[in-house]
Design a protein around this ligand. Structure first.
Ligand SMILES: Cc1cc2nc3c(=O)[nH]c(=O)nc-3n(C[C@H](O)[C@H](O)[C@H](O)COP(=O)(O)OP(=O)(O)OC[C@H]3O[C@@H](n4cnc5c(N)ncnc54)[C@H](O)[C@@H]3O)c2cc1C
Length: 543
């Protein structure tokens, strides 16, 4: 394993990377940067980590990124304290009433072979403290109860004013780059004049946090998400592990004449909310105590561009989608993962600044894809009245989570590339721009995933006859000024099916980026492997 280079703040800059917003995406960005030796300053308006559960379904790709930075197990342990894992996703008329459909019997059913990581159920209340500790351990400064109030940029960096909310002294920070992870209403994105594209807002929804004893209604069912299609109410539930609390999202109500309303936020009185909870539980007399009600708008939009100069827009600030599918927070974490290695390499001079331009080219289509998929699910499951015309056809969850593909100047697309933005993770191609597939390999006497080889530097995986590629890696890397770890099948690792899965013959090789995406591959041997690999690395780094 290579020790990450530590990037020291330059004299004229207080910090290499400033992160506005310290929720799920801001904290994840700080973790990924810290792992790469890049210090960051996270500024968050709230006084601490999340107090509302919000996101809970952490998908396999997100868990792979957390695995790469060594916090997968900690997250699984925290998750087990909050939920019985691997529950079902169902729809019901009410919790105590008729079951309508089982979308998943277990959330990991059918995806076990796609990844070394499993989908995990953990709320932002449980997850964010793990991220915070890891971010701080990696050198991030996290300043709570403070706002980024003013941002300007020039050719060399970004200047931001930070204002503590208790009226304390303002501080001016100079950073080389700013990540705007400041949420769906992103003041920074608005100030930049970056417009949102998509379907707009279509429901003034509410989330009702309540306490009630629902154990008898639940019975022995392990349910992660429960969609409610009651004749009078449409929404979804999640419950605590003890069955004594939960939340109900209400997206629409239907009156006696069958008129549908999505203006739920107009009446958030306690009496109305207790009525909604009892209706959806199918328990008209159950004692229910309302703890909190949050109003939010169901929206499906993405930013017209994800970057403006040295300001990089990530998470809900870049794409906001309804919770149907559980893609929102995950897509944001993956934005941060794409950014972290690019920022490191640009800051330490390994890559040209143009590498950061590929953030928009790679992540915007992925954000748009996830948003469209969440929107289609919302329309089909919750509000068909929005219209089924121009809906993107449903793609399976695992393809949204693991199958999105990148096309950018840093990816050496092959001549027969079909240009599709996703592929089926059950039939991965190993093509440039795709996530390098998971395969169990024997390495130094242990069974590991190919994914465990990625996450630090570039990695070259060569077929059994690919010694030429393996030995070219060191000198090509030195020529370009980047570390390349190289492994050859039969020499460094044993596997069943590497060549087929990665689409290279026994004399070929695949070059995988630090974020685990394939940058380039060569089907067989070459005349001058060092020259080929040098060109491939230069392209991947935009040098
Ligand atoms: C009911 C519900 C269920 C959901 N379920 C899932 C799920 O299962 N899976 C999933 O992936 N997603 C889910 N989501 C979506 C997920 O919650 C969001 O996508 C995610 O929280 C976005 O994280 P973020 O960090 O980008 O933005 P936010 O969480 O909105 O954080 C932005 C932060 O920026 C701070 N901020 C704003 N302006 C400033 C400023 N000027 N200075 C300093 N700080 C500032 C804010 O205080 C805030 O903390 C769900 C959402 C809801 C509402």
């Amino acid at each position: 394993m290579t020790v990450p280079r530590r990037i020291l703040p330059a004299v004229t800059n207080d910090v290499p990377v400033l992160i506005a917003g310290g929720s799920l995406v801001g904290l994840s960005a700080a973790v990924f940067l810290g792992q790469r030796g890049v210090p960051s300053l996270v500024v968050e308006r709230h006084v601490g980590t999340a107090i509302h559960p919000r996101a809970a379904l952490v998908n396999q790709r997100t868990m792979e990124t957390y695995r790469a930075v060594g916090i997968e197990q900690q997250i699984e342990e925290a998750a087990a304290r909050e939920f019985t894992q691997n529950g079902a996703i169902v729809s019901v008329e009410s919790l105590g009433g008729k079951e309508l459909d089982w979308y998943f019997r277990e959330i990991n059913e059918g995806v076990e072979d796609l990844s070394p990581s499993a989908r995990v159920f953990i709320t932002q209340i449980g997850l964010e403290p793990v991220l915070l500790d890891k971010a701080r351990a990696g050198g991030a400064e996290v300043q709570y109860a403070s706002e980024v109030v003013d941002v300007s940029q020039d050719g060399d960096g970004v200047t931001a004013r930070i204002r503590p909310r208790d009226g304390g002294d303002e501080r001016t920070v100079r950073a080389q780059y700013l990540i705007a992870a400041d949420g769906a209403h992103s003041p920074i994105r608005r100030r930049l004049g970056v417009e949102m594209l998509g379907h707009g807002s279509f429901s003034d929804s509410i989330t009702i946090y309540f306490r009630a004893d629902i154990r008898e209604l639940l019975g022995d069912r392990n349910l992660s998400v429960i969609y409610v299609f009651h004749p009078r109410l449409v929404g979804f539930f999640r419950f605590s592990i003890d069955g004594d609390a939960g939340f109900l999202v209400v997206n629409a109500t239907i009156d006696e004449e069958g008129n549908r309303s999505t203006a739920i936020g107009e009446d958030m009185s306690e009496e109305t909310c207790i009525g909604y909870v009892r209706l959806a539980l199918g328990a008209p007399d159950l004692p229910v105590q309302i703890e909190n009600v949050q109003r939010w708008s169901a929206t499906a939009d993405w930013a017209e561009r994800f970057a403006e100069g040295r300001i990089l827009i990530a998470g809900d600030a870049a794409h906001v989608m309804p919770p149907t599918g559980g893609f929102g927070g995950n897509t944001g974490v993956q934005d941060a993962y794409d950014l972290a290695w690019k920022l490191q390499y640009v800051l330490d001079g390994t890559a040209g600044p143009a590498l950061l331009d590929t953030y928009d080219a790679e992540r915007r289509p992925a954000g748009e894809f996830a948003t469209e998929q969440a929107y289609t699910r919302y329309v089909l499951r919750l509000d068909p009245g929005l219209g089924k015309e121009n809906l993107q056809p449903i793609v399976r969850e695992d393809a949204v989570e693991l199958g999105y593909r990148y096309r950018s100047d840093a990816i050496e697309a092959e001549p027969d590339d079909d240009g599709l933005v996703w592929e089926d993770p059950h039939a991965p191609t190993g093509r440039p721009g795709a996530r390098a597939p998971h395969l169990h390999v024997e390495l130094d006497g242990s069974s590991v995933s190919t994914l465990d080889l990625f996450g630090r530097d570039f990695v070259l995986l060569a077929g059994a006859e690919g010694e030429g590629w393996r030995s070219a890696a060191k000198s090509a890397g030195e020529d370009v000024g980047v570390s390349v770890e190289a492994y050859r099948e039969g020499g460094d690792f044993e596997s069943d099916g590497f060549g087929e899965l990665y689409g290279v013959g026994s004399g070929g090789a695949s070059l995988v980026r630090p974020d685990g995406f394939v940058a380039w591959r060569h089907a067989g041997p070459a005349q001058d492997e060092v020259a080929e690999l040098r060109a491939a690395l230069a392209r991947a780094l935009l040098r």
